[in-house]
Ligand binder design. Structure first.
Ligand code: DGJ
Length: 752
């Protein structure tokens, strides 16, 4: 049993393979958080929170003459509202007199096999009985508001998921102005906050800063989890590295506006509260109604950032991603976006596909522009009817030709958006989110459809469902290309307008659920102008997400590096594109582009017909190599060997099979130097006592030859054997590489 309750001490203990999570129902019935971290044994944890009377921290009424037992000082599992805890709060609730207040006390609890599910929201699921659920029921006696704290304990994965369920059991309506998913109080120590900020075409840039005494917020108000801040943060000891030091991860399973706040209190206790964005949120809870918050995924690693990332990688692959594709090799695809943009017709696409098929590509994806009047990005969204001028006879003749080449066919859609010039908008102008009496702010000249309205979701389920039913489409790229502004739904009364942002997300999830359940064989790839909605919520429906609209291999190194802290490489859409690169104008060797894209879902996004013969041979070989390495890359443990922010010379990363049987080291020179220090790297994740053979060395770019090549001859070469411990602790020195952005892949196989 990974969940225990001692009815005498009223202490809950949640155990995972390497962590313990303790909480206690105190004498007044409040649920105190006592500990989360490396596994501990017995001993009174209340001594960690001595009774100290601190000025201006109010005492519970029952202790008004004892002093020092204050909601403001004790670690809480989930705070009340307006009852004396002045740190970050979890809930803001008002009754129909306008009185803000809630004070939750313990009522009961249950422990169940399996994993709780949430109403209308994506969340982790159990696989082969690998989860248990704890539900702690609490109640605010005055309002009748009940709180169920939901805990999913995934013992083997070292993960605890949390969510909250609020139900109005009173007689009068309540309004939630804030309803967080979870609170995590860490008692002692100095912490760094790692978060992943960015912008369009530059997502998930790692930033590490000390947790200060002010509130630090990672959030989005854009209606999507956003390019600008990913809904994932890490708190680690200030001396923590990739391989040492305590690290906590907090990841939201949510794709809309969210808020994750971190605060160090007057006693040094650090609190993290995560949940739906408070701004413009107000949810009405009539008697009998229930509100489920999104889920958060907590994980702890005692030995650094790498194990923490690997825990998330395994968990997301196993317990977040669903459907037949989650564990399967994904087809190597070619996407026509950067090859043609809107300027294509059947002939052009077939030509690209023919070339692609001859090189080993397995799927042709037709991107934006195949429908309605979509000849540029100012028009056409909303009417999902094929443009027969570009594609005479419709999609089928094209699909048939693609299939005849032995390739699958995939299609781009953007179901959440509409242009004013569409039939859909002319028929249903009220289906777009716009503010009364104001001209809406436009993003890419498009408006956001009001997904809070079930009829909008129904319409799109039918329109997209029809496409999938009537044509042989095996992949869908679901794009979303603007931030939400002018949020106002004509379907809801004034008092419910604060619900629309969240209802919108529930509508998106409802459509994603219907399409993925209705068409389970279709591979879905998420996208929001690249990685603007790269989160665990979306990964519950799509096993992969287009990582960024920036396809420049060198820029992708930092984007994929940042993404790797929380998300496995099999979820990162990555393609080889043309050079000079369309976003940066940079030219990189085609093999370096492939080395980077291989640490993702791997595909191409360029007109292969324009490649030189040698480049075509390179592509053929890349695909062969990727097919050989696919399982190792997709399921292996991922190691960051360098930090692009600190190492300007090169970036290196590695995969090791979970059973230690093989490994792949990847390296890209990002800033060639005339007289560099040797490239020295130690492998990770190998078995110390095993013997490994260096059976694959691919240098992409020329080697340094000023010494007549001696450096290479003296150095490593194919067929060399090393013990695991030599590779782990002495490491290897790689030859110096020459030219613009060369790269290397080294493959090791265990031989004994
Ligand atoms: C943004 C996506 O990220 C691109 O890959 C492409 O699909 C365009 N949208 C199409 O409009």
């Amino acid at each position: 049993m990974s969940i225990r309750f001692d009815s005498e001490t009223r202490i809950f203990v949640l155990e995972t393979a390497h962590t313990s999570y303790h909480m206690k129902v105190d004498a007044l019935g409040h649920l105190l958080h006592l500990y989360y971290g490396k596994t501990i044994g017995s001993g009174d944890l209340m001594q960690l929170y001595p009774r100290t009377d601190r000025g201006f921290s109010p005492d519970y009424y029952a202790y008004r003459t004892h002093r020092g037992i204050s909601p403001d000082l004790l670690p809480q599992e989930y705070t009340g509202c307006n009852v004396g805890d002045f740190r970050l709060s979890c809930v803001t609730v008002a009754d129909n007199r306008g009185a803000f207040g809630a004070d939750f006390t313990y009522v009961s609890h249950t422990v169940e096999a399996g994993k709780y599910q949430l109403n209308g929201l994506p969340c982790a699921h159990a696989e082969e009985n690998d989860a248990e659920t704890l539900i702690v029921r609490m109640q605010d006696e005055v309002t009748g508001l009940t709180l169920e704290l939901l805990y999913g304990v995934f013992a083997r994965q070292d993960v605890i998921t949390r969510a909250a369920r609020l139900t109005n059991h009173g007689d009068t309506p309540l309004r939630l102005d804030k309803a967080a998913s979870a609170c995590l109080d860490l008692p002692f120590g100095r912490w760094d906050l790692l978060h992943f900020h960015g912008r369009h075409a530059m997502e998930r840039q790692l930033e590490r800063e000390a947790v200060g005494t002010h509130i630090q917020t990672v959030s989005s108000v854009r209606g999507s989890s956003s390019h600008h801040n990913n809904p994932f943060l890490i708190l680690c000891r200030q001396d923590a590295t990739e391989t040492s030091g305590a690290c906590y991860g907090v990841m939201m399973v949510y794709s809309g506006s969210y808020q994750m706040d971190v605060e160090r209190s007057q006693t040094g206790l650090v609190r993290v509260v995560s949940g739906i964005q408070e701004e413009r949120f107000a949810w009405n809870l009539k008697p009998g109604e229930t509100f489920d918050t999104p889920e958060v995924i907590l994980s702890f690693a005692a030995e650094g950032l790498t194990p923490l990332s690997q825990q998330y990688h395994r968990f997301l692959r196993r317990n977040i991603c669903r459907g037949p594709w989650k564990d399967k090799r994904r087809p190597v695809l070619i996407n026509n976006w950067e090859a043609t943009y809107f300027d294509f017709n059947t002939e052009k696409i077939v030509k690209i596909a023919e070339k692609a098929a001859s090189l080993g590509v397995e799927m042709m994806v037709l991107d934006d522009g195949w429908f309605g009047t979509r000849n540029d990005d100012n028009q056409g969204l909303g009417d999902w009817v094929v443009n027969c001028e570009k594609l005479p006879g419709g999609l089928d003749p094209l699909i048939e030709q693609i299939n005849a080449l032995g390739m699958k066919f995939g299609l781009w859609i953007e179901p959440e958006m509409v242009n004013e010039n569409s039939q859909l908008y002319r028929t249903h102008p009220d289906w777009a989110l716009t503010l009364p009496g104001r001209k809406p702010a436009m993003g890419r000249n498009q408006l956001v459809l009001d997904f809070s309205r079930p009829e909008v979701v129904d319409y799109l389920a039918e329109a997209i469902g029809k496409l999938l039913r009537e044509h042989h489409i095996e992949y869908i790229k679901w794009d979303m290309n603007r931030s939400m502004s002018d949020v106002y739904s004509r379907a809801f009364p004034a008092e419910q307008q604060g619900e629309i942002m969240h209802r919108y997300m529930l509508g998106v999830y409802a459509l994603a659920e219907r399409l993925t359940q209705g068409f389970p064989e279709v591979l879905f790839e998420g996208c929001a102008g690249g990685g603007g909605r790269f989160d665990a919520g979306m990964l519950c429906y799509y096993p992969q997400i287009w990582c960024s609209d920036d396809t420049d291999a060198i820029e992708r190194l930092t984007i994929q590096h940042g993404t790797s802290f929380g998300y496995p490489v099999c979820t990162m859409g990555a393609h080889v594109s043309a050079c000079p690169n369309h976003q940066t104008g940079r030219t990189t060797p085609i093999d370096t582009r492939a080395v980077v894209a291989m640490s993702g879902t791997f595909g191409y996004e360029l007109d292969l017909g324009k490649l030189k013969r040698a480049e075509c041979t390179a592509v053929k070989n890349q695909i062969k190599r990727f097919k050989r390495l696919n399982d190792l890359i997709r399921t292996g443990d991922y190691y960051r060997l360098t930090d692009p922010a600190e190492n300007a010379y090169f970036t290196a990363w590695q995969f090791a099979a979970e059973d230690g049987s093989e490994a792949l080291l990847n390296l890209v020179v990002t800033h060639p130097q005339a007289n560099p220090l040797p490239i020295h790297l130690c492998f990770r994740g190998l078995e110390e006592d095993a013997v490994y053979e260096l059976d694959g060395i691919d240098y992409f770019g020329s080697q340094y030859t000023h010494d007549g090549g001696n450096a290479i001859e003296d150095g490593i070469h194919k067929g060399m054997r090393f013990s695991g411990s030599t590779l782990l602790y002495a490491g290897l020195v790689l030859p110096q590489l020459f030219g613009d952005y060369p790269s290397v892949q080294l493959h090791l196989t265990r031989k004994g």
